[in-house]
Ligand binder design. Sequence first.
Ligand code: SAH
Ligand code: SF4
Length: 346
Amino acid sequence: MEFITEYDLEGLRKRFVELGFEPYRANQVLSWLYKRFETDFEKMTDLSKVHRALLKNTFKVHSLELVQKVQASDSVKYLFKTHDGHLVESVLIFERDHLTLCLSSQVGCAVGCLFCATAKDGLIRNLSTSEIIDQYLQVQRDLSQRIRNVVFMGMGEPLANYEAVRRAVYILASPWGIDLSKRRVSISTSGLIAQIERMAKDPLMKEVNLAVSINAPSQYLRQYLMPISKTNSLEELISVLAKYPYPEDRRIMLEYVVIKGVNDSDRQAHELAKLILPYRRKFKVNLIPYNPDPSLPFERPELERVYEFQKVLRSHNISVFVRISKGIEVFGACGQLRSKRLAVLK
Ligand code: SAH
Ligand code: SF4
């Protein structure tokens, strides 16, 4: 059985020809799927009965099974099971005037950041395009309001699963697909330099928002917190980002998880400022107060400390915001997504 959500329009037109359909039938089916969010082939009434039966015998729509939904005041966590029994999750976040869906790109993660619960599982496997798209489809089908913002900030390192994430972005941001604005799709990476360079040359991927988790002002501390940065040095990362082909008015988001007594001092704020000052117009800094997790040894600083840290960056004319994660009550906030714990919860 194949998953129809694995295909882009061109691919599906070709596949339909092989199956003996007219190619334009692919446009019809994708329009049912991604415009009306109709996932039952039987209900695609502008297709003949024979066509519908053939579709049903050839394709599946859903590659994930929804197993649990946990509602909080500011978010909803959706827990899914893959066909091979792994658990992944997506978090729907209620912003003031819109909805944002945080998608997972891998089961577990190989990057190994010390402050992140997902790292504890190691990398189990990449998600397929269809498993990424199905997160969107199933959550959207559960709602009446359209989800127009998507962030790849759930479980996993999206740029370590480049091809599948790219195909998902293509479906998310194409007029024949889910049709989101590319400016409302964000990819957050731990800073894989070769993959960021690949994005910079990719006509589709260079249009989406790039967020880079910086998390430390020095190579020394960064490679302790994020072992990946031993081979992806902070200095080289900043210089690759400084050359990233964004128009003048577009900024790269630098994410900085603020951890008590680890990276939250004024001295470290000055150090961070010094690092990015030569390119300050290129960046916007988001300070994320650390979300505690029973499996991790760190603590969240007092919010006043985070605001002091922000003040120091501001004094250097760096644009900087404090982002308090939503979803903490349901363990759905950044750094709290973990498939093993979910397995226990079940
Ligand atoms: N792997 C990608 C995307 C998923 S993590 C990346 O690292 O960017 C999404 C964000 O959550 C990253 O900015 C990461 O630094 C942050 N994060 C990880 N653990 C956290 C924690 N315990 N508290 C707050 N933010 C955390
Ligand atoms: Fe992976 Fe991102 Fe967690 Fe680091 S912070 S372990 S890169 S998911």
